[in-house]
Design a protein. Structure first.
Length: 344
């Protein structure tokens, strides 16, 4: 049985961290708590401060129905979502729409608590409403991104990657939050092969039986036979061929400017790109308000909306719930699959 939930062992427990308190995160968290589809799909274990969540509910014009507990009382559910109240931020002490050290410290405390709950078997997956990286770095200067921070909190060293997901199409990438000037040196055959394997594994965990992966080239026209660089033929193609020999349905490298056209027409379930914006621009053009980010490769699913903290509309109660809701539903789906496999 699930370590936390006693009401329905087919409903996974999702630990939900309230993100940056100066953005739309509090209102999105409140609306997730109130959403009937979310409540039917998962048992929410929200981590944050009741005053911050309360302000998010007020911004959204909703009344919360939640069981408030102290930080040491993540006991069995009793029919409604639970808020673990860390009591660590009075929202009147921070300015809306402004990145701050206090806001970053609040979000990181919530996220690390959720990660530790899942690592201890008290949650089946982790979700979080949007962070603000500037605020995170103010409170924790070594912070680079969620992948590095998660690995540090969990004390693990494993292949991990960020996946962006939109309407059944996945985008993975070999390099992420690094300067463009450093990308080419980081594209190696072992690294590309490792990311193809991780993409294949993560897709299978999400329910794809034989996922099809299109691999983007690095250079214009995938190098054009060496006219525009040799990484595509000498590094990326051998990695794809090695993955094919392992039974992975990978193909490429394809020209980066057409690979998403192929994918949106149904040729691939995922596109592996070589750097951050190569895929992010395409995915956000396809659908900005409903995209989900998955941190794949960790012992449990970690999901968040693909958009940011939206300081421009913070406190107005108009943020779209679409991406946050999709993130929790994906985490719940993956967690249910993991629970079924563990039971078997």
């Amino acid at each position: 049985m699930n370590a936390v939930s006693s009401e329905n062992n087919t409903r996974p427990v999702i630990a939900l961290a309230i993100g940056d308190p100066a953005g739309v995160g509090p209102e999105l968290a409140a609306r997730l708590v109130a959403d009937p589809e979310i409540r039917a799909a998962a048992s929410l274990l929200v981590v944050g401060d009741r005053r911050v969540l309360g302000r998010g509910a007020a911004d959204s014009g909703i009344t919360l129905d939640i069981d408030v507990r102290g930080p040491d009382n993540a006991a069995a559910f009793a029919g409604k979502p639970i808020l673990i109240d860390l009591g660590h931020l009075d929202p009147t002490t921070i300015e809306r729409s402004v990145a701050s050290e206090a806001g970053g410290r609040f979000a990181l405390a919530n996220f690390s608590t959720c990660l530790k709950l899942a690592a201890a078997g008290k949650a089946d997956a982790v979700c979080f409403t949007p962070f603000n990286k500037a605020a995170m770095r103010l409170s924790h200067p070594p912070y680079e991104d969620e992948i590095g921070y998660t690995a540090w909190v969990l004390g693990v060293d494993c292949p991990a990657s960020e996946f962006n997901i939109l309407e059944g199409l996945w985008n993975a990438r070999v390099t992420s939050h690094v300067p463009l000037s450093e990308v080419a040196a980081l594209i190696t055959e072992p690294r590309v092969l490792s990311d193809i394997r991780l993409t294949h594994k993560s897709l299978q965990e999400a329910g794809f039986v034989n996922p099809r992966i299109g691999v983007a080239g690095l250079n214009p026209h995938a190098g054009d036979g060496g006219n525009f660089g040799h990484e595509d033929d000498q590094i990326i193609r051998p990695a794809v061929e090695a993955a094919q020999k392992e039974g992975i349905a990978a193909d490429g490298p394809f020209p980066p400017d057409t690979v998403f056209v192929r994918a949106t027409k149904g040729q691939f379930d995922a596109v592996l790109t070589m750097y951050h914006d190569q895929g992010q621009i395409a995915m956000k053009l396809i659908g900005f308000d409903s995209g989900v980010t998955l941190l794949g490769g960790f012992p449990f699913p970690i999901c968040t909306p693909a958009h940011g903290s939206a300081y421009d509309i913070a406190g107005k109660g108009i943020a779209s719930l679409g991406a946050s809701k999709a993130a929790v539903l994906l985490a719940a789906k993956m967690a249910r699959k993991n629970m079924a496999q563990a039971a078997a």
